[in-house]
Design a binder for this molecule. Structure first.
Ligand code: TXA
Ligand code: MG
Length: 367
């Protein structure tokens, strides 16, 4: 299959869709209308879109990603009127959340209506819906005249894609089009909140944080077991996708997190030394602060490894923005061992740690 690259030149430069961009986007929308697939930017990560109401399109999405078909897709809407035909009922909690966070990086799981094919929901009787705020995503959905099923636009098992280059890497020859709208602001996938039962439950942390949800709903919100730690034999996550070792770099990764007042830079230096002795190609993914400390205390270590900065320790948004990109870079460089710095789990830190815990297969060193 030939993959057409659709570059939104003016949008990338100005952040506003010009008439020329809109014409290009209409071509991508036509592909979706015809039952084809197009990757497109959202504020979280790129999505691999197809018509959510056509089962053949859903099947194509699974094939293009190499994803197991029991893992349901998120249905993307561009206005609230598109929501009601997809769902069985609108719980009060969902209404409050939608009022405050839609459009935005929030997905909610509802009991589904018959309009949504079982192929789209991986056979579940619930449907995940998201109303993105990204102007390109919204225009594309609107022009397509339908609702768009879109998982993250990466090959299954690879980090999610946060710019068009990543999509080109993973999806060339697998989708009809890739819409290049520049890099995604947030860089981590949406928060998923299950509102299909009486009590809302967090299934995946994201930029709409647990603190924000608690404040909005005025209640203590439960978290799915898959967020809290590695699942035990036989335990099942509510979001089927959470059971896979997503976001996995090729390298072994150890996550170093401060919990007992220890030194992050000291601990990563020790880990790196050990793996360098084993002649492994090593990388360090950490804050500017950690790099500065190592420059003073262990400058030789920094020379022997690939150093990737995740920005300042105090700027979690920047860490989120670059995480998947850094993981992809390290894959491309055939890194075999990664020492990575974690962060506190407050606010956006919860989503960051969730992705890093999975990337490290829960190999965490608390210092
Ligand atoms: O930010 C995002 O959410 C991105 C952009 C493209 O919107 N999409 C995304 O999709 O991350 P995906 O397919 O990579 O992750 C969707 C997650 C999976 O873990 C899946 O199991 C879960 O959502 N999910 C989807 N439908 C569900 C449902 N009905 N019940 C429970 N979990 C569901
Ligand atoms: Mg994904």
């Amino acid at each position: 299959m030939e993959t057409r690259l659709i570059v939104l030149k003016d949008y990338k430069r100005t952040g506003v869709l010009s008439d020329a961009d809109k014409t290009e986007l209409r071509a991508a929308a036509q592909i979706l209308k015809n039952g084809g697939l197009a990757a497109f930017p959202t504020e979280t990560v790129y999505g691999l879109g197809g018509d959510a109401l056509r089962k053949e399109a859903a099947r194509k999405i699974y094939a293009a990603k190499g994803r197991p078909s029991d893992n349901p897709l998120i249905v993307h809407i561009s206005n609230m009127d598109q929501l009601y035909p997809l769902i069985d009922s609108m719980p009060e909690a969902a209404r409050k959340m939608a009022d405050r966070f839609w459009p935005g990086p929030l997905t909610m799981v509802f009991r589904k209506s018959d309009a949504v094919p079982a192929e789209t929901t991986g056979g579940l009787d619930t449907v995940a819906v998201r109303f993105p705020v990204h102007p390109v995503a919204r225009a594309l959905i609107e022009y397509s005249g339908t609702v768009i099923a879109a998982p993250s636009a990466n090959l299954s098992g690879r980090p999610s894609t946060t710019n068009a280059e990543h999509c080109i890497e993973d999806l060339t020859g697998r989708v009809e089009a890739i819409v290049d709208g520049g890099s995604c602001d947030i860089g981590l996938e949406s928060t998923i909140l299950d509102v299909s039962t009486g009590e809302p439950v967090l299934l995946r942390p994201g930029a709409v944080t647990l603190e924000m949800i608690r404040e909005t709903l005025g209640a203590d919100i439960g978290e799915d077991a898959a967020i809290k730690g590695p699942l035990e034999e036989g335990e099942r996550p509510k979001a089927p996708g959470m059971k896979y070792r997503h976001y996995a770099p090729k390298a072994q990764m150890v996550l170093v997190t401060e919990r007992h007042g220890g030194s992050i830079s000291g601990a990563v230096a020790e880990l790196l030394e050990k793996h360098l002795r084993e002649k492994k190609k090593c990388a360090l993914l950490c804050s500017e602060e950690c790099i500065a400390e190592l420059k003073l205390s262990r400058p030789l270590i920094l020379e022997g490894v690939t150093v990737k900065s995740s920005g300042s320790r105090n700027d979690k948004s920047e860490m989120a923005h670059v995480l998947f990109e850094r993981l992809r870079e390290m894959d491309a460089e055939d890194i075999e061992f990664i020492a990575a710095e974690g962060c506190s789990e407050e606010q956006l830190g919860k989503a960051l740690m969730n992705r890093m815990q999975k990337a490290s297969a829960w190999q965490i060193l608390y210092v």
